[in-house]
Design a protein around this ligand. Structure first.
Ligand SMILES: N[C@@H](CCC(=O)N[C@@H](CS)C(=O)NCC(=O)O)C(=O)O
Length: 202
């Protein structure tokens, strides 16, 4: 059985919880207290971060790598395209989400980062980059077309946390929030939320 070591407020862990619930197979989620991190976390992941997935002798970290593995082990519903060309394109999208958005999420999640100027810069970058993305969400139901995919999984935890992070999107970014509601309505999305995440957005 797969075991996921997960942070109860960690957006990266939320991605993996979301995929596990989408697949509806047997798994165990172990909550990790990031304020009092157990020693074995750094043994399993040299970066000392969650999420971490353990299955028999396999130990994986990095949310997108974990999610691709889960997707390949349990192909239904398939979250990465079957076609290698499309799959390569999704990987590029995932990489760019990390570069353009989640690098700033890391800043906001970093409890050691107390410099308010640095935090404000991260909030502004997230607001501006999401606003640039917005027009693309008027055309299709999900990020890459009509089907829900790994790209939607990857961005959802950020969209859920906008108010929590103190980010207000301008009016022209409204299509993003309509798109977000389509993800938030998925049963697996709701099931995967921890109690601490549920109260981040009312
Ligand atoms: N790139 C990693 C980021 C994971 C990450 O930043 N996790 C944070 C929690 S959200 C963490 O474990 N931080 C270690 C700590 O707080 O000590 C991924 O996608 O899994």
């Amino acid at each position: 059985m797969m075991i996921l070591y997960s942070g109860t407020t960690c957006p990266f862990s939320q991605r993996c919880r979301f995929v596990l619930f989408e697949k509806g197979m047997d798994f165990e989620i172990r909550d990790v207290d990031l304020f009092n991190k157990p020693d074995d976390i750094s043994v399993m992941n040299p970066l000392g971060q969650v999420p971490i997935l353990v299955e028999r002798d396999l130990t994986l970290y990095e949310s997108n790598i974990i999610n691709e593995y889960i997707d390949e082990r349990f192909p239904h519903p398939q979250l990465m395209p079957a076609d290698p060309v499309q799959r390569a394109r999704v990987r590029l999208v995932l990489l760019n989400l990390e570069r353009d958005l989640f690098i700033h999420v890391q800043t906001l999640e970093n409890r050691q980062e107390k410099n308010e100027k640095v935090r404000e810069k991260a909030r502004n970058a997230l607001r501006d980059n999401l606003t640039l993305f917005a027009p693309q969400f008027t055309k299709t139901k999900f990020m890459l077309g009509e089907d829900f995919s790994m790209a939607d999984v990857a961005i959802a935890p950020l969209l859920w946390r906008l108010t929590h992070y103190g980010i207000e999107l301008p009016k022209q970014a409204a299509p993003i929030m309509k798109y977000a509601e389509r993800i938030f309505a998925r049963p697996a999305y709701i099931e995967a939320l921890t109690p601490s995440e549920k109260v981040m957005r009312r």
